[in-house]
Design a protein around this ligand. Sequence first.
Ligand SMILES: NC(=O)c1ccc[n+]([C@@H]2O[C@H](COP(=O)([O-])OP(=O)(O)OC[C@H]3O[C@@H](n4cnc5c(N)ncnc54)[C@H](O)[C@@H]3O)[C@@H](O)[C@H]2O)c1
Length: 339
Amino acid sequence: MKILVTGGLGYIGSHVTVMLLQKGVEVISVDNLDNSRIEVLNGIKAITNKEPFFDNLDLRNQNQIQDLFKKHTDIDGVIHFAAYKSVGESVDKPLAYYQNNVGGLLNLLKPLCELNIPLIFSSSCTVYGQALKLPIDENSSVQPASSPYGFTKQIGEQLIKDCCKANSDFKSILLRYFNPVGAHPSAKIGEYPQGIPQNLVPFLTQTVIGKRSLLKVFGKDYDTPDGTCIRDYIHVMDLAQAHIDSIYYLISSNQKFSCETFNVGTGRGFSVLEVIKAFEKTTGESVPYKFTNPRVGDTISAYADVKKIEKQIGWKAKYSLEEALQSAWNWEKEIDKNS
Ligand SMILES: NC(=O)c1ccc[n+]([C@@H]2O[C@H](COP(=O)([O-])OP(=O)(O)OC[C@H]3O[C@@H](n4cnc5c(N)ncnc54)[C@H](O)[C@@H]3O)[C@@H](O)[C@H]2O)c1
């Protein structure tokens, strides 16, 4: 089997690449290194003793995509990660987000629809906004997007659905991730945030290692048991496995559906304070933090109903929050050692 992974040197793409290589799948990895480093290839090689075919390519460039599909005529499936992912940055640079996340996807969809190559798309639980009912299942309504980033995911989903409708031989799975955390157990690959991390766990580990003075906890009076926001934290290894199971499901079985949406989470929500306590307990490190004002537009509580992916694809999260946090901490120490 030959799989194209876009954004293959990024956080989630690199973990998926490792798992595909370990299964004996041939991987074509493309990335323009906008939010990743070429050294990630060394980490992948160190874990797997194998290398993906790598192309430094920009999905906004239609000619480069055409050349890629001319060079590789036997691609069985595509897992599409390449996109910008910062909610805050997207508010300041909306055009860059639409150009990259929507423009890149449009360019990619052209050959995929023409050649009927199945696609797994990285979507996000941000499409649900603050859902009225918890846990959130796939039938929960999609809320008006609160950021250009969130809107690019909604547009991406719709574009793919429209292509599937127009061509019944083109099939796709939309995976709505909840909150990916953690790193590979080897600590050879992991999340490498540029600038100030937007997400809780990398901010927390950077604070504990001493790169930041205090972890900011946004809001303490929300309507939750301890007053802080609740999220569904999924270990990146579990998330990577969900992609492997999904691409096999999409390619090998003769599915009747053309486009299906699945939540990928653990089904459990943890508050910010619970994450801090779990980190302290599992690593023995203390986390200096302070409460600050709530962030505008933050969802109060979000965790997934994962029955659909469990039943239909047979995937279930295996790692605990503690394992995810320990792996994130091991990775932070590894970054620190090499910096
Ligand atoms: N990490 C999360 O919290 C999260 C949650 C929900 C959804 N997602 C989605 O999952 C996907 C992967 O996320 P990630 O955390 O691995 O992000 P990441 O930034 O680590 O990886 C994305 C990779 O794509 C590359 N890239 C970006 N634009 C490109 C382009 N035009 N051409 C080629 N390469 C390009 C970047 O250099 C980067 O290596 C993204 O689509 C993101 O929106 C992520």
